[in-house]
Design a binder for this molecule. Structure first.
Ligand SMILES: *Cc1c(COP(=O)(O)O)cnc(C)c1O
Length: 387
């Protein structure tokens, strides 16, 4: 059975060009960039070239790029590192719909005595900017972490405006830009955040490589102590092959973005329109005017997202749901819940997320299969009023 992969917000396939760029560094070019000899020195130059590519990709200076092990590490580094500088009187502000990699460190800081505020979103999943202003209005030292785009709904937050609000309050701003990278242009000059997280495996580089952009002058306590690597911001011998791979991945993403987005959005819209037309009681979750071009989050009322995913999986189709099945009770997604999606739809949410490797034929297969699955599950659902 052929796999149809519509789960690209969870992870993406490594681009063949990326793999090709990496392979020499898993083979004969194994030098350590910190060595005195020329064999290591050449690797240092290759790392620097990748750093320059990543910097150009987001409008930063190469000296502001810190390579990490993943997006989660970047989020932890930024939030903990800034909070530690501000001290325990400081406040931590995040949105209610952040990824667990942001909510985790924020809640840990709350447990350590920091005050913590989680800013709500509206029914379209858009950030309540007035609530953000309100949270910062006393001007107390604060670290704010607001994602650029949501991984479950694809809703894009107005980062330039958020930066304006946060900077006006004198607070430090971090953004989790993991989902935006490669899908929309990022420029830290027009959206002047202080720190920003990226993850390689969400844009066709391998799992296990991330970036934390730290604007020059931003004070962050170093978390990974050890060697002098990454301008002393993160000790540890560089993950050379993965850094090289990420450098190639951002180059590909930048070169192809506009054209690929047009194609991806066209397929996404065809899928969404087709499902709305053929599945009764279906809805799209999130602000469709401000959304990533590759993401569709849909609810099919009266049925469980998990059941839909199982049936899709049996047909080789990969999608996802935000909800996790915990200890026998089905916990709905915190993102969908924060949007106040009605009870009958909150459990039936399914996310389709596309990439440059998806085809029209794959969309047609899902359009042929999913309505049948929905009809079958509805017939079994105790909640379904239409039998
Ligand atoms: C995937 C993801 C992360 C985590 O990145 P890893 O590299 O898997 O640790 C963080 N934030 C968002 C929004 C994500 O989608």
């Amino acid at each position: 059975m052929k796999t149809i992969y519509f789960d690209n917000n969870a992870t993406t396939r490594v681009a063949p060009e990326v793999l090709e760029a990496m392979l020499p560094f898993l083979g004969e070019r194994y030098g350590n960039a910190s060595s005195m000899h020329a064999f290591g020195g050449r690797v240092a130059k290759d790392i620097q070239a990748a750093r320059e590519r990543v910097a150009a990709f987001i409008g930063a200076d190469p000296s502001e790029i810190v390579f990490t092990s993943c997006g989660t590490e970047s989020d932890n580094m930024a939030i903990h590192g800034a909070a530690e500088v501000l001290g325990p009187q400081a406040r931590v502000v995040a949105s209610r719909v952040e990824h667990p990699a942001v909510l985790g460190p924020c809640r840990r800081l709350r447990d350590m005595g920091f005050s913590e505020t989680e800013v709500p979103v509206d029914s379209a999943g858009q950030l309540d900017l007035d609530a953000l202003r309100e949270a910062l209005k006393d001007g107390a030292p604060s670290i704010v972490s607001i994602m650029w785009a949501n991984n479950e709904t694809g809703v894009v937050f107005p980062m330039a405006e958020i930066a304006q609000i946060v900077k006006a309050a004198g607070a430090v701003l971090h953004t989790d830009a993991v989902q935006v990278a490669g899908k929309l242009p990022i420029d830290v000059r027009s959206a002047p955040v202080d720190m920003l997280s990226l993850s390689g495996h969400k844009l066709h580089a391998p799992k296990g490589i991330g970036v934390c952009y730290i604007r020059r002058g931003t004070r962050v306590k170093t978390f990974m102590l050890g060697g002098h690597q990454e301008h002393g911001r993160r000790g540890g011998t560089e993950n050379v092959p993965y850094i090289i791979g990420l450098g190639r991945a951002v180059e590909l993403a930048a070169a192809g973005m506009e054209e690929e987005n047009r194609q991806i959005a066209r397929l996404r819209d065809k899928l969404e329109r087709g499902l709305l037309a053929t599945c009764p009681d279906a809805r799209v979750n999130g602000d469709v005017r401000n959304r990533l071009p590759n993401t569709s989050n849909m609810s099919f009322e009266y049925i469980e997202g998990e059941s839909i995913l199982m049936h899709l999986s049996d047909r080789g189709i990969c999608a996802s749901t935000g909800s996790a099945c915990a200890a026998g009770s089905l916990e709905p997604s915190h993102v969908i819940r924060a949007m106040g999606v009605p009870f009958t739809a909150v459990h039936g949410s399914v996310r389709f997320s596309l990439s440059r490797y998806n085809t029209e034929a794959e969309v047609d297969t899902v359009l042929a299969e999913l309505p049948k699955i929905i009809a079958k599950l509805r017939a079994l659902s105790p909640f379904c009023q239409n039998g």
